[in-house]
Each structure stands twice: as structure tokens, then as C-alpha cells.
Design a protein around this ligand. Structure first.
Ligand code: FMN
Length: 213
């Protein structure tokens, strides 16, 4: 992934997270729910920043095992979950270091970010996050233990770690008055279009926007 433009889409330096107008975590817990009726109204760059920071942002420089800590925990702080954002103009990779979006793909890939058989519902929502695991990152985890190299245990780690990030996003969206929806994604299609490496796997999607209810 690069910091360079890709066929017309540029890296996006996100504003620092601000959580303006947000409620407390307990109020957000009361409001959290899945909404499948998300319209096409755009969310602000600030809200996008807040949502991505909630998913996988750096919340402390001095984190576990000598690397910065993220808003969502991960097994041995391996930080193996990569968050992509599919939007109308293209798909980006969220880079926590520098809090920015790196262009990956021009064009609209919001449809494969929903699971097969689920049609195009929500496909015009402004942002669809795609959670991808990079299994290679377990090799660099700060605390090395055998589970990091066992396929079944790896699976348990990356599914839990995705869930932690996704719940952060649910709560951040609720706190900002946005709707969100965690869902499956078309894994083979996403892996093809994002040109994922064999050690990377598409796991889930999460749609964000304004509810039409
Ligand atoms: C692992 C997982 C996979 C999910 N996959 C889908 C999905 O593919 N499509 C969908 O519409 N909802 C999906 N959901 C959302 C659940 O249906 C939803 O969270 C559940 O009905 C409870 O509703 P609530 O989130 O409003 O409490 C998924 C949720 C989880 C945790």
C-alpha cells in the first residue's frame, strides 16, 4: 500500500478525532443497534475520522510490548486486523500511524462488501468498512506464544479482535447519531478486487451512515 494517488484518488489525511456532540459510552450502549436502512447521505470527514479511530486508531503511544496501543485490543497486541473503507469513489486502507486513508482501488466496491445473497441493500450508504486479517502480523506480535502459529487459535484471535473493533464502531456510531450494521462480506470477491495476499483474508463488513427510519 502506498501514500501515492491511485488513478485519481488521493491519500486522505483525516482530521484528529473530536467526537463532537457525542454522548457517554453508557448512553451509546443504550442506543446501539443494527440498522439495515442506511441511506446515501454522506457523513462528514470528521465523523469518518472518529469512526475509523474508534475501529483501529492509536489511543496511546506507549502501548503493550513497546508499540503504540490501539482503541481495540488484539492478541499479543499483534494489530492484525486491517480496516478498509469502501466509498463511492474508491476503497482505502486505514493507516492508524498518521491517522490517514491510503488509496487502494478506484471505483465503487460497496456491493461486495456485503455478503453474497444479501443483494444491494445498503450499497449506497456512504461508507462500508471491510475487516481484513493479515496473519503475517502474528509473527511480529510483541508477546510470542504458540497459539499465534496454530491455525485454529489464530482464527479465534482474529475473529475476537474483529469483534472488538466492530463493537467500538457500533458504539462510536451510536454516540455520533449514526447508524451502523455489521455483516458478512463477499470474501472471494473482496480478496480478488483488493488483491489480498495469501496470508490476508476478508472477514466481515460494517456499513455506516444515516438511518432512513
Ligand atoms: C458475526 C456476525 C455476523 C453478522 N452477519 C450479518 C449479515 O451478514 N447480514 C446482516 O444483515 N446482519 C448480520 N449481522 C448482524 C446481526 O444480525 C445483528 O447484530 C443481530 O440481529 C442483533 O441485532 P442488533 O445488532 O441490533 O442487536 C451479523 C452479526 C454478527 C455478530
Amino acid at each position: 500500500m502506498t501514500n501515492k494517488d491511485i488513478a485519481g484518488i488521493k491519500p486522505i489525511k483525516l482530521p484528529a478525532p473530536r467526537f463532537e456532540g457525542s454522548c457517554t459510552v453508557f448512553e451509546a450502549l443504550k442506543k446501539r443497534s443494527t440498522s439495515r436502512t442506511i441511506g446515501n447521505k454522506k457523513i462528514s470527514r470528521q465523523m469518518l475520522s472518529d469512526i475509523l479511530w474508534a475501529a483501529a486508531g492509536i489511543n496511546r503511544q506507549a502501548g503493550p510490548f513497546g508499540v503504540p496501543g490501539l482503541t481495540a485490543g488484539s492478541a499479543s497486541n499483534s494489530q492484525e486486523i486491517c480496516v478498509y473503507a469502501a466509498m463511492a469513489e474508491g476503497t482505502y486502507l486505514y493507516e492508524p500511524h498518521g491517522h490517514k486513508l491510503l488509496p487502494v482501488l478506484t471505483g465503487d466496491y460497496r456491493v461486495p462488501a456485503i455478503g453474497p445473497g444479501q443483494g444491494t441493500v445498503g450499497a449506497s450508504a456512504p461508507v462500508r468498512l471491510i475487516y481484513v486479517v493479515d496473519i503475517e502480523k502474528f509473527k511480529n506480535a510483541g508477546f510470542q506464544e504458540p497459539g499465534l502459529y496454530n491455525a485454529e487459535i489464530q482464527k479465534s484471535y482474529y475473529f475476537v479482535d474483529t469483534g472488538l473493533a466492530a463493537q467500538n464502531v457500533y458504539l462510536a456510531a451510536a454516540a455520533l447519531g449514526l447508524a451502523s450494521w455489521f455483516h458478512n462480506c463477499n470474501k472471494p470477491e473482496i480478496e480478488k478486487v483488493l488483491k489480498l495476499k495469501p496470508n490476508q483474508r476478508a472477514l466481515f463488513g460494517q456499513t455506516i451512515g444515516y438511518s432512513e427510519d
